[in-house]
Design a protein around this ligand. Structure first.
Ligand code: PLP
Length: 398
């Protein structure tokens, strides 16, 4: 038996983590095990749609846990049937496969497209993805991702993911060949720093994929479930994709993902897809509670309103401190800092009890709970303003 010298040492050291242990959360607040309070504008990386431990989620999980947790994916359960029906009713798709993470949903989308190619297009298997995209950390989804830092890792990669450039339809057209079966993209690239595809590009992509008989796959793991002010981001471009993947916000903090497809694209046959925890009622009950709440038109309007308020406030302090613009949609926003100070801002914010994210050296990403209040946004802005003022003063002294 090995005794870890420090409790942190028993966990694989896969990322630099501050030595803080979180103990409790409520709405937009988190507390660590020393009792220090934090205002959370990360929310598990755009996961806790309704904030930390919202009563609707606690009630749904508790009630379901008392009734049935996992009967096996080889049988139906009522929670997964209800959630699948609700997702279909609210989207452009006809069938759902539930997963436990976003990467697993994307892995399923890749397999579904390859199966479609095997059945309908002489074994075509290539899926055009995009530079700077992020689709997950399984081997196939890392291969599909256009993240530069992934390039040297875990070679050889899964082949068949040529990379195009977002908002450049000619770059997609150039890559289409006899082996192409699909195009896959995030409507807003989240992990690389909140870079939106324009509605015109998404419409052109839909037209181009239709013209060539290709599937259009939208990875809405970060942009979906109300995050950008509509239930799904593709709605804002008035397009109907063939396949969509969901994760993060769909479970409101519970590990749930989903692969959705139209009847035309849903070509899995028995034995092609599965997984022990897929569609388990505990997670699906969580998903149903979240969806029921966020699909309300008034709730989605409040996401748009709060998103506009947050964007305006960010613009205001950006002007005060000589920073750059605000990108994104709804409550998935980035502030361009115009200089590589994002890590220093995040560290200072943590010290002050504010959780922020720096997806790149010169940008902050804001992804609060979808039910964040105006008062919480104003408090975050005041804290960020104070940090930027301190840092500006330090620069002047330095
Ligand atoms: N796709 C997108 C757009 C994401 O933002 C993420 C996670 O950040 C993933 C896929 C992977 O999801 P998961 O971490 O749940 O596997």
């Amino acid at each position: 038996m090995t005794i870890a010298t420090h409790p942190f040492d028993a966990l694989m050291d896969i990322t630099p983590r501050p030595h803080i242990v979180f103990a409790r959360g409520e709405g937009s607040r988190l507390w660590d095990d020393t009792g220090k309070r934090y205002l959370d504008f990360i929310q598990g990386w755009a996961v806790n749609s309704l904030g930390h431990s919202p009563p609707v989620l606690i009630d749904a999980l508790t009630a379901q846990a008392k009734r049935l947790i996992t009967p096996s994916p080889a049988f139906y359960n009522d929670a997964s049937l209800k959630l699948a029906a609700a997702l279909i009713a609210h989207s452009a798709f006809d069938q759902v496969f539930f997963t436990s993470s976003g990467a697993e949903a994307n892995e399923g989308a890749i397999k579904l497209a390859r199966k479609f190619g095997a059945l309908h297009r002489n074994g075509a298997y290539e899926i055009i993805t995009f530079e700077n995209s992020f689709h997950g950390r399984t081997l196939a989804t890392m291969s599909a991702s256009g993240k530069k830092a992934f390039e040297p890792l875990f070679e050889p990669k899964v082949p068949g993911f040529p990379k195009a450039i977002t908002n450049d339809i000619a770059s997609v057209e150039r890559l289409i060949g006899a082996n192409t079966i699909a195009v896959m993209l995030e409507p807003i690239q989240g992990e690389s720093g909140v870079w939106p595809a324009t509605p015109e590009f998404l419409q052109a992509l839909r037209a181009l994929t239709k013209e060539h008989g290709l599937l259009l796959i939208v990875d809405e793991i970060q942009t979906g479930m109300g995050r950008t002010g509509t239930l799904f981001n593709y709605e804002q471009a008035s397009i109907a994709p063939d396949i969509m993947t969901l994760g993060k916000g769909i479970g409101g903090g519970a590990p749930l993902g989903a692969l959705l497809a139209t009847n035309h694209a849903a070509v899995f046959e028995h034995g092609d897809q599965g997984g022990t925890f897929n569609g388990n009622p505990l997670m699906c009950a969580a998903g149903l509670a979240v969806l029921t709440h966020i699909a309300e038109p008034a709730f989605l309007k409040s996401v748009r309103d709060h998103g506009l308020f947050l964007a305006d406030e960010l613009q205001r302090i950006s002007a005060r401190h000589g920073l750059g613009g605000v990108r994104g949609s709804g409550l998935l926003l980035a502030l361009d800092l115009k200089r590589p100070i994002a890590a220093a801002v995040v560290a200072a914010a943590l010290e002050d009890g504010l959780l922020l994210n720096a997806p790149r050296p010169d940008a902050l990403r804001l992804m609060p709970a979808l039910n964040v209040t105006r008062a919480e946004i104003s408090q975050m802005i005041a804290m960020l303003d104070a940090i930027l003022t301190r840092m500006g003063a330090a620069r002047c002294v330095g």
